[in-house]
Design a protein around this ligand. Structure first.
Ligand code: NAP
Ligand code: GLV
Length: 308
């Protein structure tokens, strides 16, 4: 029985060190060294190729190295293999930092001041109190809830939207397609922290943008596939939306010459909002493997029908 890690090799060496120290009975291979492929029961990967999955005939659990699993292509993973997504404190704290930075930057007009600076213009904009700024988070999962908790002390008026109904203290909660319009109508800053599924692909489209208050701003921290890029350009250029912070794009990297690179109302970052930390995630995967070997249910198993 052994483990195969197929992602960035440098981080893999940190994982290997932790497994060697804490689970010396579990051989740990870093791809392309697979050892005997038939001995591999656990695969840790971001995007495992189909031929690799086919060659691991005794695979039991596929651990996504990320919180999202859309990049895996769930339909190519045999039904006998459990897919587990990454829930670990490193991702949550990175996302909290980045989302807070993005919301505060939009709240305090950082993109407007950057444009003004470039044209040497000294112009003070009205300071809107946080209590009068409504921040809406799409996705009330591990990351959406962590971000809401971090934003609460600033005094923003917070709301969230999820697939199934939720009750969260201090948060106006909406759910499902019935709740979407009311949720959007009170979101001055909209943050997308949804998983990418058949139900959420291109959810950030023209129709959604026109339901936001005029001058609203967007933060996309989910996946590039959530966004209809042409629709965003149109609403930014017409002034319907004031600004966007985009950490994810489709494709990644964004091709040179793409209009997002130079757009004055877009702050673009290269999918770095939250990065899985080997030191914390390796121990969480190891604990889950131990649960599995004891016959206990795995934590954070993906619901294949829902796609997340
Ligand atoms: P999670 O715990 O699975 O939460 C997902 C949330 O989205 C849940 O609240 C779920 O609703 C909601 N949702 C799913 N489908 C929906 C739909 N059709 N309509 C309305 N709500 C829906 O996931 P997470 O750990 O918070 O991660 C969220 C996503 O963040 C990941 O999938 C990934 O794409 C992205 N991410 C990005 C980065 C980055 O660096 N940019 C890093 C990590 C993760 P229910 O609560 O009702 O199930
Ligand atoms: C990163 O995007 C992740 O899904 O963890």
């Amino acid at each position: 029985m052994s483990i195969l890690y197929r992602s960035e090799a440098e981080r893999g060496r940190i994982w290997a060190g932790i497994f060697a120290a804490e689970a010396p009975d579990l051989p740990f291979h870093i791809w392309p060294d697979t050892g005997n492929p038939e001995a591999i029961e656990y695969l840790i990967a971001w995007q495992p190729p189909a031929d690799l999955l086919r060659s691991l005939t005794n695979l039991k659990v596929l651990f996504s190295i990320g919180a999202g699993v859309d990049q895996i292509g769930l339909d190519q993973v045999p039904e006998t293999v459990s897919v587990v997504r990454m829930v670990e404190p490193g991702i949550a704290s990175g996302m909290v930092e980045f989302a807070t930075m993005a919301v505060l930057a939009l709240h305090r007009n950082v993109l407007d001041y950057q444009r003004a600076q470039r044209s040497a213009e000294w112009r003070q904009l009205e300071v809107v109190p946080a209590a009068q700024r409504r921040v809406g988070i799409m996705g009330l999962g591990v990351l959406g809830q962590a971000v809401l908790q971090a934003l609460a002390p600033f005094g923003f008026a917070l709301r969230g939207w999820s697939r199934t109904p939720k009750q969260l203290p201090g948060i106006a909660c909406y759910s499902g397609s019935d709740g979407l319009e009311a949720f959007l109508g009170g979101s001055d800053i909209l943050v997308c922290l949804l998983p990418l599924t058949d139900a959420t692909r291109h959810i950030l489209d023209q129709r959604l943008f026109t339901r936001l208050p005029k001058g609203a701003a967007l933060v996309n921290l989910g996946r590039g596939g959530h966004l209809d890029q042409a629709a965003l350009l149109e609403v930014l250029d017409s002034g319907r939306l004031s600004a966007a912070v985009l950490d994810v794009c489709e494709p990644e990297p964004l091709p040179s010459g793409h209009p997002f690179w130079q757009h004055p109302s877009i702050l673009l970052t290269p999918h770095i909002a939250a990065v899985t930390r080997p030191e914390t995630s390796a121990r969480i995967v190891l604990e889950n493997i131990r649960r599995y070997r004891r016959g206990e249910p795995l934590r954070n198993v993906v619901d294949r029908a829902a796609g997340y």
